[in-house]
Design a protein around this ligand. Sequence first.
Ligand SMILES: Nc1ncnc2c1ncn2[C@@H]1O[C@H](COP(=O)(O)OP(=O)(O)OP(=O)(O)O)[C@@H](O)[C@H]1O
Ligand SMILES: O=P(O)(O)OC[C@H]1O[C@H](OP(=O)(O)OP(=O)(O)O)[C@H](O)[C@@H]1O
Ligand SMILES: [Mg+2]
Length: 282
Amino acid sequence: MLRIAVPNKGSLSGPAAEMLHEAGYRQRKEAKELVLVDPDNQVEFFFLRPRDIAVYVGSGRLDVGITGRDLLLDSASEAEEVLALGFAGSTFRFARPVGAEIAGVQDLDGLRIATSYTGLVEQHLAEHGVKATVTKLDGAVETAVHLGVADVIADVVETGTSLRNAGLEVFGDPILVSDAVVIRPKGAGEDAAVEQFLRRLQGVLVARRYVLMDYDIRAGKVSEAVALTPGLESPTVSPLHTEGWVAVRSMVLRKEAQRIMDDLWAIGARAILVTNIHACRI
Ligand SMILES: Nc1ncnc2c1ncn2[C@@H]1O[C@H](COP(=O)(O)OP(=O)(O)OP(=O)(O)O)[C@@H](O)[C@H]1O
Ligand SMILES: O=P(O)(O)OC[C@H]1O[C@H](OP(=O)(O)OP(=O)(O)O)[C@H](O)[C@@H]1O
Ligand SMILES: [Mg+2]
């Protein structure tokens, strides 16, 4: 049975459960369940703290896990990213008191930095040859500057609201761009059950990004139309009962669907229909 680590709390937990549900897996009914067996799909889910997931998977005790890229790299565990999942996106950045004269990582020599991600920060400082004092805090890191525990912080930034509320602003380049990822033990060999799990999640990613577009067009305009809707591989073109017309079916990016419909209409396509993809294997 495939053993999968899933975040039990925080920003990753809700979207991860939603994605697994869309991929056809059973999900827990209440937040206190720590282990859930899904016999129909031959998988066992372990609900763990997001920060611990890289440790469990890196140790090889669990086959695969969902966590944040920032948490994975912070842990320096023996796990590696195998698929990005496109949710829980954020950046990991330095922040200073508004207006402070600290322009980039090179200005941090001798300063005090508070963070929950000491692994990430120490590695970044070492890469830039900077020596600073890094203090680990569990959360609410923004307050550390106000209370005089640190000169700057390094933290997850999503909307920037927490920084603004604390009178802080980002500086320098982002240390990392993160989102939710699937991880496996480093160097783990081919495994049919893992491949199937990844194919299911990839199916959800495609079903979220793409829609199916159908339309009718005069045969003489097919090349022009197909250039607008090339599909992932090649669109399906079928003859219509009405002489000289064909029906085309193609996958298009959801975010481009409205513009493509306008362009198709302009070259004479009619009966343009867009439908959601419920599930797929590409
Ligand atoms: N607004 C956000 N705040 C914190 N983490 C976020 C945010 N958006 C995405 N993430 C990601 O979620 C992961 C952190 O999850 P974690 O559960 O440790 O913290 P959390 O979501 O802040 O929850 P909590 O603080 O309630 O424990 C990281 O991968 C981080 O990049
Ligand atoms: O840019 P924003 O949209 O404001 O989001 C980022 C903030 O959210 C998280 O804090 P959280 O609320 O999880 O509290 P914590 O620091 O105690 O974990 C994170 O640590 C940042 O502080
Ligand atoms: Mg948090």
